[in-house]
Design a protein around this ligand. Structure first.
Ligand code: NAI
Length: 332
């Protein structure tokens, strides 16, 4: 029996997490879910958008499945997504980018993994106005965080039979900050002689990625480049609606899809749960439930390939419940 913290979130979050939980349970895996409110709903209930009980649950269970949560724009509470990453020191963002056989895109054979540093860089939030009309934003790169994320990328490559790690940077211009990042990656690479290592300047990497994405394997990036390139990666295989993601720390991991809470379609039972299902597959592999993960993956692909049951975002007319049942039926 696995014990997993469940954070349904808001908007379409509860709809896609409900679908995902049903599919996981139909695969025969036994899970005890500990479910928590987050964001605006948690403020209404506990007066805190990120309740301490939720943090404790993730720390105890070491694993969580999370739906999207809306962040108020311009005021209100700070992003609970960023808050969770900070409180739990989820320093690595992992995004596998792989073609789904059932979703036609411009490219075939894309199978790359993006590893993004999650804690520093221009995301440090250190900005100030020097004089009116002049602002300064600080890019923080440390040896500690760069070594740690490089170690994560190479360990991931080793454990998952990946052949190459490509560090992406702009060390030709940011000689000190990106230079330090690149040096740290090279330090760590020495411990993994069986894995090929190379590096590319970020602008060139973007150009190459949209021409020959199949040539890439593991990409290792600082926070901001990682943010941008990971959405580029999602676009290569069908967009944010189909790619999984995870935020991983030394002790705990939170698995969450990349898309947001989609308030425009919330509550209408039309959201596509594919991205969270792909995320659940990643989570099941992480907890060594590989066989079930592969069965779920096949079931999703079969339903999408048949094309009879698809949600509106993929050109279909079925709703979330019908799509979920179609997958469960394929699981047998
Ligand atoms: P969004 O991803 O929620 O929506 C963008 C568009 O994609 C919308 O038209 C939406 O209907 C569609 N869409 C997204 N997921 C879908 C799905 N599973 N099935 C079908 N259609 C889908 O991005 P947006 O509108 O920028 O953000 C909405 C809210 O979500 C904001 O409050 C934002 O802060 C939050 N957000 C939360 C994230 C998280 O919890 N990790 C990540 C990104 C945004």
């Amino acid at each position: 029996m696995h014990k997993i913290t469940l954070i349904p979130g808001d908007g379409i979050g509860p709809e896609v997490t409900n679908a995902t939980v049903r599919v996981i349970e139909a695969s025969g895996i036994k899970v005890q879910w500990e479910s928590f409110l987050i964001g605006a709903a948690a403020i209404a209930e506990y007066g805190d958008p990120l309740p301490q009980a939720l943090i404790e649950s993730v720390k105890n269970n070491q694993i969580a499945l999370k739906g999207p949560v809306g962040t108020p724009i311009g005021g209100g509470f700070a992003s609970v997504n960023v808050g969770l990453r900070k409180k739990l020191d989820l320093y690595a963002n992992l995004r596998p980018v792989k073609n789904l056989p059932s979703i036609k895109t411009r490219f075939d054979n894309v199978d790359l993994v993006i590893v993004r540093e999650n804690t520093e860089d221009l995301y440090s939030g250190l900005e100030h106005e020097v004089v009116p009309g002049v602002v300064e934003s600080l890019k923080i790169i440390t040896e500690k965080a760069s070594h740690r994320i490089a170690r994560f990328a190479y360990e991931y490559a080793r454990k998952n039979g990946r052949k190459r790690v490509t560090a992406i940077h702009k060390a030709n211009i940011m000689k000190l900050s990106d230079g330090l990042f690149l040096k740290c990656v090279r330090d760590i690479a020495k411990d993994y002689p069986e894995i090929e290592s190379d590096d590319k300047i970020v602008d060139n990497a973007c150009m190459q990625l949209v021409i020959h994405p199949e040539k890439y394997d593991v990409l290792l990036l600082e926070n901001l480049y990682g943010d941008i390139v990971s959405d580029l990666g999602a676009g290569l295989v069908g967009g944010l609606g189909v790619v999984p993601g995870a935020n991983i720390g030394e002790e705990v991991a939170i698995f969450e899809a990349v898309h947001g809470s989609a308030p425009d379609i919330a509550g209408k039972n039309v959201a596509n749960p594919t991205a969270l299902l792909q995320t659940a597959i990643l989570m099941l592999k992480y907890i060594n439930e590989t066989e079930a993960a592969e069965r779920i993956s096949k079931a999703i692909n079969n339903v999408l390939l048949e094309g009879k049951v698809r949600t509106p975002d993929l050109g279909g007319t079925s709703n979330t419940t019908e799509f979920t049942y179609a997958i469960i039926e394929k699981l047998g």
